[in-house]
Every structure is written in C-alpha cells, then in structure tokens.
Design a binder for this molecule. Structure first.
Ligand SMILES: *Cc1c(COP(=O)(O)O)cnc(C)c1O
Length: 384
C-alpha cells in the first residue's frame, strides 16, 4: 500500500522532523557549530562545513519543500538574500520580466544594484499575462511574479504564466510570501521556483529574518545549491529553528488571519471615509474569481485608500492597537504607509502608476480578537 498522503497541518508539524537519535529530543536541536568532525579522509556524516549545510537548516529545508510540494528547499538569511541568489542564475545581458508592483526591495535590487552588472529588469502589469508575452525578447531568461501583489493586492494567473514561460524557455519564479504555502502552491500550477520571505507568515512571530526557495528541477537545484554556498547568504541555525517552530502553527494562524481580514475588509468597504478597499476576498475585487481558483483563502493583507497624505497621516497617528511598522505576517496587526515606507525607493511617478498613492494604507491583519481591531479602526477613522 502506498503511504497515505498527509494533510497540510500534519506536514507542517511533522515533515522531516524526527526525534534526535542521540537523545530523543522531540524538537529539532539548534546545531550551533561551524564545522563537523570527519571519521577519516573522505568519510563523514554528510556535513563538512556549516555554510554548505547545517542539520537544523536541513530540517527546515526539507519541511518547507514538503509544504510547497517541491523536491528541495534552500534556506537563506533573508528574503532578499534568497532573491539575490536566484538572480545569480542569470548572466550579463539577460533580461527579466517582473510584475510591476513587486516588493520594493526586489525592485531596488533589480533597478539600482544588479542593473550595474548588465542585467535588464523590466516591470509590466502581469494581471494581464499578454503583457509578459509582449515584453519577451531573445535575451529574456526569467519571469518573476508576485501574487497577490504588495500593496495593491492584484492577482496574476499563475497557470497562464507557467505556460508562457515554458513556451519561451524562461525560468518562472513566484514570490509566494503574501499567500504562504497554506493558501497557494505555485509549483503545482507549473511554476519553476517559489521564493518566500520567511520573515513574514512562515515564521509568523516578527522575531527573525529568513528566506526560503523551493523547486523541483534537478539542474536548477544543483545550480542554486552551488550559488547558496558560493555567495554564502545562508540562514543561521537559530533562525532556522525559530522558523521551524513558527511553521508548526502556520495553518491555524492563517485561518485566523483570513477570517479577521475578511471582516476588516467588509468593515472598511462600508465606511464612508474609505475611498477604496483592495482585498481579493471581496466580490468586487476585479480578480476575485481568479483568486478563488488559485488560492485556498484570501490571506491577511489589505490595503485601502483614504484620499490623500494628510488623511493617511491623521489615521496612522490615531491607531493604538494596530502598530505603525513595516513588515507583515506576524500575529500582531501592523499598519503601514507604502508610499513613504516600503515603496520609498520607487520614483513618485512610478509609484502613482502602480497605484501606490499618498493616501494608501496597508494593513497586515493579525490574529487578535477581530472586535478589538475593528474598534481601533473605527476610532482612528473617526479622526480623519
Ligand atoms: C519582506 C518581503 C521580501 C523581502 O524579505 P526579507 O526577509 O525582508 O529580506 C520579499 N518579498 C516580499 C513579498 C516581502 O514581503
């Protein structure tokens, strides 16, 4: 009989996690070591030097691979370290097509850092996948998608992207940070590489930074392993342990994030001082149906328009429970102002073009009692 396929929550708690053979500890130990003793020349237990591999990190890499349905996972010191390493699959002269409102750090890396090495990053509106086809040139090697996007919550059709990428021999990459593997699995839709900022939902407790990459293709796995040890942007054993600990509760946290966000989105969409709400769970979201098809839930991220900078400022000054901070995906509700925070490195004209207006507020809805979140919003909106 083939082994029974386990559910997501069971895998989150158990995949790759075995009691420590020497002591029986049920929790994966934090292996704080830089090197490993070898039995004799050429004989070891699979570990030689900790930049290359570490047993705590290995468990996390195997666990996330199981959650995303990939063959292998690779852990990095931050989401940006993971994305930087992926872009090293390219060589000078290569062209990359990206979603126009990718994470601000990804935009900065492409436009202000890697462009200096002869790489060409082009940002297009991937909500209409034809824009990807139009942008492809002979030098195009990669397509990089974020869905839902930050902060306007636009959805890109991942199956369609995978098809275009295959037809044009491009490596397709999805930054799956906003959805988490609980809500969306791009590899199953034909995407080549999934990347996460584990700093966000995967760890979920706002107490570490990390990046994870998951993929199936043997050739790409070999190259990325080589790049991981060559560039050295690896995840530390303690951060790997924190992330493993966070992942065990991912499914219960995400259920609450989704339920709370839905209530907050409905509340905001009925409030007279809110001009517009961006949440894929709302029926009036332009891609609600696509989101419902390729995601198992709509996530905990919302953005909404208050009209202008003065109104956004007044609102952000008055919130008490919701903390004004960058980042997302933690248990506590965080609220931010993309135009001056996460997207400050994007030129003003481009910010307007991608919908990051001065009156836009982003919310990472936490797992608190939703009544308390709504009360805080009600009071803060009253002063706008
Ligand atoms: C935060 C974030 C990143 C970068 O991750 P770090 O861990 O902060 O380096 C990349 N993509 C998205 C969508 C993010 O939210």
């Amino acid at each position: 009989m083939p082994p029974r396929k386990q559910g997501f929550s069971t895998k989150a708690v158990h995949a790759a996690i075995e009691p420590d053979p020497s002591t029986g500890t049920i929790m994966t130990p934090v292996h704080l070591t830089s090197t490993y003793v070898q039995q004799e020349l050429g004989v070891n237990k699979g570990y030689e030097y900790a930049r290359v591999s570490n047993p705590t990190r290995t468990v996390l890499e195997k666990n996330i691979a199981a959650l995303e349905g990939g063959k292998e996972g690779l852990a990095f010191g931050s989401g940006m370290a993971a994305i930087t390493t992926i872009f090293h699959l390219l060589k000078s002269g290569d062209h990359v097509v990206l979603s126009k409102n990718v994470y601000g750090g990804t935009y900065r890396l492409g436009k202000l850092v890697l462009n200096q090495f002869g790489l060409d990053f082009e940002f297009v509106d991937t909500t209409d996948v034809r824009n990807i086809s139009y942008a492809i040139r002979p030098s195009t090697k990669m397509v990089f998608i974020e869905t839902p996007t930050n902060p306007t919550m636009e959805i890109t059709d991942l199956k369609a992207v995978a098809k275009i990428a295959k037809a044009n021999k491009l490596v397709s990459i999805v930054d799956n940070t906003f959805a988490s593997p609980y809500l969306q699995n791009p590899l199953a839709l034909g995407i080549d590489i999934v990347v996460h900022s584990a700093t966000k939902y995967l760890n979920g407790h706002s107490d570490m930074l990390g990046g994870l990459v998951i993929l199936n293709d043997a050739r790409l796995i070999e190259r990325l392993r080589f790049l991981q040890k060559s560039i050295g942007g690896i995840l530390s054993p303690f951060e790997a342990w924190l992330c493993l600990r966070g992942i065990k509760t991912l499914s219960v946290r995400m259920d609450r994030h989704c339920a709370n966000a839905m209530e907050v989105a409905l509340f905001l969409s009925r409030h007279r001082k809110v001009v517009k709400v961006n949440y894929p769970g709302l029926m009036k979201h332009p891609q609600h149906r696509l989101a419902a098809q390729q995601m198992r839930g709509f996530g905990g991220m919302i953005s909404f328009e208050l009209g202008n900078l003065a109104k956004a400022k007044a609102f952000l000054k008055r919130v008490r429970l919701c903390a004004l901070a960058e980042s997302l995906g933690g248990v506590e509700t965080l609220i931010s102002h993309p135009a001056t925070m996460t997207h400050a490195s994007v030129p003003a004209a481009e910010r307007q073009a991608i919908g990051v207006t001065d009156g836009l507020v982003r919310m990472s809805v936490g797992i608190e009692d939703v009544g308390d979140i709504l009360e805080d919003l009600k009071l803060a909106l009253g002063g706008v």
